[in-house]
Design a protein around this ligand. Sequence first.
Ligand code: LAN
Length: 748
Amino acid sequence: MLHVKPSWKNWHLLTEKGRQIWAFKPRSKDIEEHLHNVDDISDEDIARFAEDFQFDKSGNPNSGDQVFRNTAINAKFREFSGPIPQSSNPEEQKVIDALIKGINYYSYLQSEDGHWPGDYGGPLFLLPGLLIASYISGTPFPRAHREMMKLYLFNHQNQDAGWGMHIEGQSTLFGTVMQYVSLRLLGVDKDHQQLIKARAWIKNNGGATGIPSWGKFYLAVLNCYDWQGFNSLFPEMWLFPKWLPVHPWRYWCHTRMVYLPMAYCYAQRIKAPENELILSLREELYNQDFAAIDWPKQRDAVCEKDRYTTLSPILKWMNFFTNSYEQFKCAWLRKKSTDYILKYLNAEDEQTNYINIGPVNQAINSICIWHAYGKDSTQFKKHTARWYDYLWVAEDGMKMNGYNGSQLWDTAFATRAMLESDLGKLFPATIANSYRFIDQSQIKAEHPTHAEFFRHPMIGSWPFSTPDNGWPVADCTAEGLSAALAVHHSGLVHPAIDVMRIKKAVDIILSYQNSDGGWATYELTRAPKWLEKLNPSEVFADIMIDYSWTECTAACVISLLEIQETYPDFKNSEIRKAIGAGLDFILKQQKADGSWYGGWAVCFTYATWFGVEAISKARGKGYHDDAILTDRINIASGFLAGKQKADGGWGETFESCSKLVYTEAAKSQVVNTAWALLALMAADFGDRKVIESGITLLLNRQTHTGDWPQESISGVFNYNCMITYANYRNIFPVWALNRYCKQYVQRK
Ligand code: LAN
């Protein structure tokens, strides 16, 4: 029925409480047994991989998660067999049918533990970090994995022989050098045709001296770049007094947790031993003789194709001092700083069960822990076991995900989408399952070391992925809470999440509100905006502090509005105040054309949906001046209606995110269309034809099983790197169709 190539069937996704591990020909469902899968793959199997994981990125660089989906579904898939509610209008009946088909298909993708697994790839600078960790520590991946990684890397080579920052991006030096090095570490010969061309790309673009600083870091660890060509990370800064605005505890947690292990590697000048491969790479990557390169001069060298942000004069000035300090540094103070950093690394490892906050520090922490305690240490082994949590198999090969998954996030959205109208109640088992996952994922205990290491309190919160990841997120808490409330209202389950836990979630949401009225991601905004002047990354913007975002704020406001409806007596005035300030923040973020910029998905349609949803939900309840709210909703709807394409859909490209202006895609996209429709329906937009033609586009794009095609990439972070949300193509069309059924379809 669905297309399954022979060797796809040999890869199985094992899941347990949200944990996702791909195993090659597993003998059982036991995850532990399949970490470090033995090298028992035959040459025939390898040959089949090359055939079955051929992927042509020229049409669409996004794979469609077919390996997981088609193998998960194939044997057991059935059409929906229950009674389908009827409408007297045949056009409306089509919407009901499509919705039920869409939920039915999607319910087959739910894993036993209740969550929806999915591809979370996209960025191309993650796997190289992991491969460098694996190489330097002498801990190779099994052969099956290595072959699949090679295929992925080759599959994503651009026409011009380079690679981008992410799968849709134009070639950059960062992308190209990192993938090139990865392929070499995986054993590909330098005379391989595709590598010869890639090398030419690198050399034509000035050679690896111009790689951005994160690339310089990885190459230095690999001993293919000299540490002298790297701006000091000044490890002593971790000993600064806490009141200083530049103390790293105030940075955005992702930036903090990446620069922490980087500072350790820098302090120790960790580098792989020289060997034939390293010596050869030094020749392959540069236009000059490696030994003759003037390293200090390369510190700020960045290829123009890579540059997204420029180092500020103040950062250059600080670099001058910290670089000079390296010559006179106080050994005692350096040791004190590295000891502290190592202690902090251990705390992060324990707080996250060795998953770590994300894919970048997972790889770099592994390198530090290997360096500090050795390959045979329990700590290092716990790290390597988690490497597999980040790997994902799709028809384009094996990639590294941008997180250990998007489990809670997708499950919460999916649940809300299905329960938008009572039609979702036709799938009680699916809802009960996802509720179980949501229940299990709410964080129930604090880390013993949370205060010592600057962590925001988290009891009652929800994470983005799994509770083991141990990092609460403000808007994930809001989505978890909204989903739990939706299930409670449906009456489908006996609530396992009691009032106390609901109230704890509310407390957490309230504790996350910033003084500007908005909500940020994982923590409060802890430092002033000028700290951004110290952003050393060149390739990412707005990474230094945790900023308030429209989407995060809207999600929190919506969940608080729902709490007010369900528990009107709980902290009523405090919540009302929080909602009011949140609405003010959202209104302030709205652009003159009525749209909102989205920081975490593509892009204006995403954030405009959030903005409109929050404002419409608050309208008429005395939280704000309703005339103003109505006016803003109308401008936003006008904006969206103005962007509708001739075929009834909406489509934006990732360039909306990096260029900060609405950038229309050639083809409309189901995900953007669904967001625009959700917003217009929330606004109760007057011109029904606009909504109907959008709905028709969703119906026309639906496949015969009830899926939707994987179109362009829909997630983003830090303006410039894109990330895949494989589940969005199901969740949002289902949600939009369901809202349409709720609002407009009359049933017999
Ligand atoms: C995510 C994924 C989820 C996302 C939302 C919940 C959707 C958002 O509303 C708030 C921010 C958050 C939690 C988020 C932040 C940045 C993350 C963690 C990611 C995009 C997933 C990967 C990314 C992380 C920073 C990638 C590693 C790269 C670095 C530059 C460190």
